[in-house]
Design a protein around this ligand. Structure first.
Ligand SMILES: *Cc1c(COP(=O)(O)O)cnc(C)c1O
Length: 421
């Protein structure tokens, strides 16, 4: 018997769950806007022996020996990130998007400082000052929203609040906003009140590097992102910033917030940055937006109401109020049918966040499988079939119906191999 058995031999239970998850991701229509398929190369790098190594500090300034390979690797990741985004400085160590945001707060603000961010119910992220998050507990958070009339970010309100509260830092970014962000307009407001403008492009980083959304880099003191959403990298975070803030940001990440960097994640990030620098990724980013627009049109053609009436990016918010079903119930029913999306609050939602009126739909993952705008009519039809059946049956779908729709989904997707699996 081997002293170092394979996962299948050593732990069949966990191995079995991982293989089952591969299968699930292969056969389901994955429409959760924050999710994607990382490539085989990214997954391979993320599973490397680099996980065994401690490397507290930064390249050339470490607290541990044996940096022969880790230093060059992290330098490559940094250089690739800077080149990809056109940034002056990059920190590739944040464990994920939330720690990256906390590091920026730690680096650029003092506890108790005023910050401003898009509120969670309007499509913002917890870490932009929502009250239950550290960003809302240790900093005084003022939240802006979207206009009641058209559900777009209300820049007049942002300016008014900024003048009134004089924030130290203004967040611009979202987890559920279907329209282009006007970084230049935010920068103008930030400069008027002498605030740091920080863009969190966790959702749209892939679109930014692929030229399908304007870049925040020229307008911001710092930019944070996850690496695993539209960017198609491993689960992780990244901070880009101006040279003037490099020291403060690096100090905030380590030793301010984190210990040893996850070198295996750093390697996988480097691979993802390389992939994202290829011409094929530009094509991918453009197709993500084209697919989202086509899917939005197809859903509206079937009578669905979209927040803001469509999308400019990879995601859309569908208001199900006119369908007699809540977002959560619809998402649960669809999940049984092999269609994965999430219930989501819509602006000024009258329902509770746990059982909101809408669903959020993203096109990043299905675009990674090679689906094109011409396929979006079928995607809309599959979604509509599930929602209509669930709405007609008090939110439930029969096992027979679910099996039949799951079969149709798997059959439809069988022409589009899932990367990495
Ligand atoms: C996903 C997301 C994050 C957090 O990322 P985690 O990796 O889940 O911590 C931060 N900001 C925005 C805008 C996000 O959408």
């Amino acid at each position: 018997m081997s002293h170092d058995p394979s996962l299948a031999q050593a732990d069949p239970e966990i191995h079995g769950l991982i293989r089952a998850e591969d299968q699930r991701q292969r056969e389901s229509l994955r429409l959760i806007a924050s999710e994607n398929y990382a490539s085989r190369a990214v997954l391979e790098a993320g599973a490397a022996s680099l996980t065994n190594k401690y490397a507290e500090g930064y390249p050339g300034r470490r607290y541990y020996e044996g940096m022969d390979n880790i230093d060059p690797l992290e330098r490559i990741a940094i250089d690739r990130a800077k080149a990809l985004f056109g940034a002056e400085h990059a920190n590739v160590q944040p464990y994920s998007g939330s720690p990256a945001n906390l590091a920026v707060l730690l680096g650029l603000c003092s506890p108790g400082d005023v910050t401003m961010g898009l509120s969670l119910p309007a499509g913002g992220h917890l870490t932009h000052g929502w009250k239950v998050s550290a960003s809302g507990i240790y900093y005084k958070s003022v939240q802006y929203g979207v206009r009641q009339s058209d559900h777009r970010i209300d820049l007049d309100q942002v300016r008014e609040l900024a003048r009134e509260h004089r924030p130290k830092l203004i967040w611009v970014g979202h987890s559920a906003y279907p329209r282009t962000l006007d970084f230049a307009a935010f920068a103008e407001i930030a400069s008027e009140v002498d605030a740091h403008l920080v863009a969190d492009i966790a959702h749209i980083a892939g679109l930014v590097v692929g030229g399908a959304h304007p870049s925040p880099i020229p307008h911001c003191a710092a930019v944070t992102t996850t690496t695993h959403k539209t960017l198609r990298g491993p689960r992780g975070g990244l901070i880009l910033c101006r040279k003037a803030h490099a020291k403060a940001i690096d100090k905030a990440v380590f030793p301010g917030l984190q210990g040893g960097p996850h070198n295996h994640a750093t390697a996988a990030k480097a691979v993802a940055f390389h992939e994202a620098a290829q011409p094929s990724f530009r094509e991918y980013a453009q197709r993500v937006v084209a697919n989202a627009k086509a899917l939005a049109e197809a859903l509206m053609g079937r009578g669905y109401e979209l927040v803001t009436g469509g999308t400019d990016n990879h995601l859309m918010l569908v208001d199900l109020s006119n369908r007699g079903i809540s977002g959560r119930v619809a998402a649960k029913a669809l999940n049984g049918c092999g269609i994965e999306l999430n219930g989501n609050s819509i602006p000024f939602d009258e329902r509770k966040p746990f059982d909101p009126s809408g669903v959020r739909i993203g096109a990043a993952a299905l675009s990674s499988r090679g689906l094109a705008p011409a396929h979006m009519a079928t995607v809309a039809e599959l979604i509509d079939a599930g929602v209509t059946e669930a709405a007609a049956n008090e939110g439930e779908v029969s096992e027979a119906f679910a099996t039949q729709l799951r079969g149709r989904v798997a059959e439809f997707l069988s022409d589009f191999p899932a990367p990495g699996l």
